[in-house]
Ligand binder design. Structure first.
Ligand code: SAM
Length: 263
């Protein structure tokens, strides 16, 4: 997909923003692509996969889609575990890095340029839909959650990692470290148009629960991530200090399963 006329305004704005920001994420993509099964690390605190068990146990032969894949290291991890991944991203720039890394690592899977809110794949194509800070924060949940439900087979899993609702409530501004008092109302939170041009989406937990259930999902888990005792404040992600992250969850992982039709 290259034309932008039919894209929603937030998707066009985020494409422009990510075309510019992608170069800042190349080094992390290169390091992450090298992580072997069992050594995967998640989020701002580099939490090991074995501590959060975000990935389904058996991915062999599973069809997976990463919604907002960036440099596609999560899809690479799924490939190392035997899955058949597909990645989609709204920006060509990280996809170019992903294609280079595919060639360097000798792996090949489809990488689509497009909006994760409308994916050019038939209904029920995948067993797992996953997003690590991709669609999970940059796409409108009222569009991408129904799309994930459409793409999944009955019994398929949806897993996504995002900033916690609490850290957004405590953030004075984008990339300003969260404070210990609430900075904005929770009621009505949805679209966040930050001054740097990017548009993010964050919902209260009750809204997430209702939205997931309305689209046929059973919620399996909500994992609130705590910064480990030795964690240091991240050099790049200035929105939270390690001290804050040891007391409150700055990130959260949702796991949900699409209902099977009752016979
Ligand atoms: C922080 S990166 C996360 C991806 C990956 N985990 C990484 O770090 O490379 C966010 C990605 O979401 C993509 N994105 C934003 N809006 C999107 C949308 N509507 N559909 C698909 N991808 C989107 C951006 O282009 C960007 O590559």
């Amino acid at each position: 997909m290259t034309g932008t006329d039919d894209l929603p305004e937030h998707v066009r704005r985020n494409r422009t923003a990510w075309d510019e920001w992608a170069s800042d994420y190349v080094a992390n993509g290169e390091v992450s692509w090298r992580l072997a099964p069992g050594d995967e690390k998640w989020g701002v605190w580099d939490i090991p996969e074995r501590d959060v068990r975000l990935l389904p146990d058996d991915l062999a032969g599973q069809d997976t889609i990463e919604l907002g894949c960036g440099t596609a290291y999560v899809s690479a991890w799924l490939a190392w575990r035997g899955a058949r991944p597909v990645g989609i991203d709204n920006s060509e720039a990280p996809l170019a890095t992903a294609r280079r890394l595919q060639a360097e690592h000798g792996v090949d899977f489809p990488l689509l340029h497009g909006n994760a809110e409308r994916v050019a794949y038939p209904d029920a194509s995948f067993d797992l839909a996953i997003s690590e800070y991709g669609a999970s924060i940059w796409a409108d949940p009222y569009r991408w959650i129904p799309e994930a439900a459409r793409l999944l087979r009955p019994g398929g899993e949806l897993v996504f990692l995002r900033n916690s609702t609490l850290v957004i409530l405590c953030s004075p501004d984008e990339d300003v470290a969260a404070v210990e008092t609430l900075q904005r109302p929770q009621f009505g939170m949805h679209r966040f148009s930050w001054p740097d041009q990017g548009v993010e989406y964050h919902l209260p937990h009750g809204e997430w629960i209702r939205l997931l259930r309305a689209n046929g999902f059973e919620i399996l888990d909500l994992i609130e991530i705590q910064a480990p005792p030795a964690a240091a404040t991240h050099e790049h992600y200035g929105y939270v200090t390690a001290d804050w992250g040891r007391k409150w969850p700055a990130e959260e992982i949702w796991r949900a399963r699409l209902h099977r039709p009752s016979s």
